[in-house]
Design a protein around this ligand. Structure first.
Ligand code: FES
Length: 168
């Protein structure tokens, strides 16, 4: 009985340690009191990663050279965040129609919201109604190769001023 209890207890201890390690792992994002810091060197072209900021899903999509060309052509570079030599789409992953979570289709480089068929392109600009606008961009500050979500840097303030996003 004592032995069996010990075995169960040590499995529990391993599970706890694993959970603690997961919490400690600092990359690619670190969360602290309303801020989430993203290490932008950790992302890959056209691979959507969902981070979290203040309980909201945050989509991070590093743009491939082809996607950057697309954004330039559509005059949507202004929706992207430049870090070093790369461009990133960083948006709140909630549909601007009624708040469903759109799914990314990497082969088409677009998002489909299954709730009512809304679509967004690779910069998260809306391409098919009913969503009234592109996905919202969270407050951010570029700090070297990092992006801090929750801080309002000059690039974010300009986006607000230019009406590229609404305040979240
Ligand atoms: S909630 Fe996304 S299209 Fe309606």
């Amino acid at each position: 009985m004592g032995k069996a209890f010990g075995a169960v207890a040590s499995v529990g201890a391993v599970a706890t340690l694993y959970a603690m390690k997961k919490t400690w792992d600092p990359l690619p994002s670190v969360k602290a009191a309303g801020f989430t810091t993203l290490d932008m060197s950790a992302y890959e072209d056209n691979k959507l990663v969902t981070e979290k900021w203040r309980g909201k899903p945050i989509f991070v999509l590093k743009q491939s050279p082809e996607m950057v060309e697309y954004a330039k052509k559509k005059d949507e570079l202004k929706r992207l965040i430049k870090v070093g030599n790369d461009y990133f789409m960083i948006v709140v992953g909630l549909c601007t129609h009624l708040g469903c979570i759109p799914g990314y289709r990497p082969e088409r480089k677009d998002f489909l919201c299954a709730c009512h068929g809304g679509q967004y392109d690779s910069t998260a600009e809306v391409t098919k109604a009913p969503p009234p606008r592109g996905l919202d961009i969270p407050p951010f500050k570029v700090d070297g190769m990092k992006v801090v979500l929750g801080e309002e840097g000059p690039e974010y303030k300009k986006m607000l001023q230019d009406g590229i996003t609404l305040p979240v």
